[in-house]
Design a protein around this ligand. Structure first.
Ligand code: CA
Length: 253
């Protein structure tokens, strides 16, 4: 069980999310105003009361990105999940590093949001696990020591950058990487080219993977942010109750 703060000015959306999180056994508090949310958060005892915060992007009072930066610097082990409105924010958040652990685009399914929360909490619980030597995603496997990638046992030739990108994503399931983080992890901090360069490498990597197996799509685009490892497809999808899009909300204008 975790203690979760939802900061979302659309109360109905917040309450649906709350319902799903309570069903998973979590303790939930809702704030509908950014400034009040900051007060609630910063007045909690040292070490923090909350394990995870779900932050809407546009809020009255302090906005989501500001809260994200403040909360991150106040509590390093806090898990932060940002809600973004894909169309409205796409350009603005391009390349920003807010320090959020994950991003979910509105409109979203509360079921998917609850699954992302579970994934984030699992990640913090398993932090002390020794790093795996062979990373897997469906029929894809990446032997880190040998730097050898295979698809269903067949070896796949990747460039060094493509291999580094793939290893970075495979080693951090669920985590969203911005383009600049991926560049730092693959091309090195000294790289001074465009963030968009990473898109070309991702494109090549995707083509090589789907050429081996059309269903092999481990690299998921997170609009306006970057990339993450896709969830491995398992159970067929249940009903998808989509929550209202930010664009439909007039209170954010
Ligand atoms: Ca909002």
């Amino acid at each position: 069980m975790a203690s979760i703060l939802i900061v979302e000015d659309e109360r109905k959306t917040a309450e649906i999310v709350e319902l799903y999180l309570r069903r998973d056994g979590h303790e939930v508090r809702i704030e509908v105003d950014g400034s009040v949310a900051w007060r609630t958060f910063s007045e909690s005892p040292a070490g923090g009361v909350f394990d995870l915060v779900i932050l809407d992007w546009m809020l009255p009072g302090l906005d989501g990105p500001t809260l994200c930066r403040r909360m991150r610097s106040a509590q390093a082990d806090l898990k932060i999940l940002m809600l973004t409105a894909r169309a409205a924010e796409d350009d603005r958040i391009q390349g920003l590093d807010l320090g959020a652990d994950d991003y979910v685009c509105k409109p979203f399914s509360p079921r998917e949001l609850a699954a992302r929360v579970r994934a984030l909490l699992r990640r913090s619980a398993g932090r002390s696990d020794p790093p795996a030597e062979v990373l897997r995603w469906q029929c894809l496997s990446f032997d880190l020591a040998a730097r050898r990638v295979t698809v269903g046992g067949r070896e796949l030739a990747l460039t060094r950058t493509e291999g580094e990108l793939l290893a970075c994503l495979l080693a951090n399931p669920g985590r969203v990487f911005s383009r600049s983080e991926l560049i730092a992890n693959t091309l090195g901090d000294g790289y001074e080219g465009l963030d968009r360069t990473i898109d070309a490498h991702i494109g090549n990597l995707r083509r090589k993977l789907t050429a081996e197996d059309p269903r092999l799509r481990p690299v998921e685009t997170v609009f306006g942010i970057g990339y993450r490892l896709a969830d491995e497809p398992d159970e067929p999808d249940g009903p998808n109750e989509a929550v209202s899009s930010e664009r439909a909300s007039s209170s954010d204008a």
